[in-house]
Design a protein around this ligand. Sequence first.
Ligand SMILES: Cc1ncc(COP(=O)(O)OP(=O)(O)O)c(N)n1
Ligand SMILES: Cc1nc(C(=O)O)sc1CCOP(=O)(O)O
Ligand SMILES: [Mg+2]
Length: 210
Amino acid sequence: MDNRYPELHLVTSGRQERDSLLRIAEAAYAGGITYLHIREKQRTAREIMEWAVALAEIMPRDRIFINDRVDVAAATSCGGAHLAYHSIPAAAARTVLKPGQKIGCSVHSMAEAQAALSQKVDYLFYGHIFASGSKPGVAPRGTEELSEITCSLDIPVIGIGGIKPDNVGRVLAAGCAGVAVLSGITEAPDSKRAAQAYREALDRWREENT
Ligand SMILES: Cc1ncc(COP(=O)(O)OP(=O)(O)O)c(N)n1
Ligand SMILES: Cc1nc(C(=O)O)sc1CCOP(=O)(O)O
Ligand SMILES: [Mg+2]
């Protein structure tokens, strides 16, 4: 698969066992995802490494990102590490990662985005944009501040949280380089069709708006 744009990131939810997730990932990759993030907060470094090695049989290694565990990202020579709120600072992560590996960071405000940019991360996730079952009881942030971030900061921003095929256009219109999805693909009855629906919506918006 070529490096498709707008980007479609699939993020694991911690709710699947390994073999189930491998089946989802293989189908979603066939359906058009560009990157897969292993976000398995409850698993050990060894387990996350095993997941990454198994996933690298399914999709190119450089399309796999590891959430939080910078050590595992370095050890597997995957695409890079995605830093969460509680992760080590990006500057420290850079000392561990190999040349060419990327660093992403989750942000939830302009201030957090500016701070991440000053640490020279490669891309941002901004969220949660729409109501999400993965963030119960927390009000969604919408697209207003997101637009301000994409207009004022020179860094790719990926929208996350409550993203569905029918709202990806609002996320791209706010200046995002793509979207990140958990439940919309991992909990769909057919992961390939679900990924295809996102891919088609992203490609259609781009065709109609560029
Ligand atoms: C204000 C705020 N702080 C932290 C979080 C969650 O942090 P994040 O780094 O995005 O980690 P996960 O989403 O992977 O749990 C948040 N959403 N908002
Ligand atoms: C892991 C995560 N981080 C978010 C953030 O705003 O930082 S929203 C989110 C979960 C998004 O799940 P779904 O695609 O199922 O709505
Ligand atoms: Mg997050």
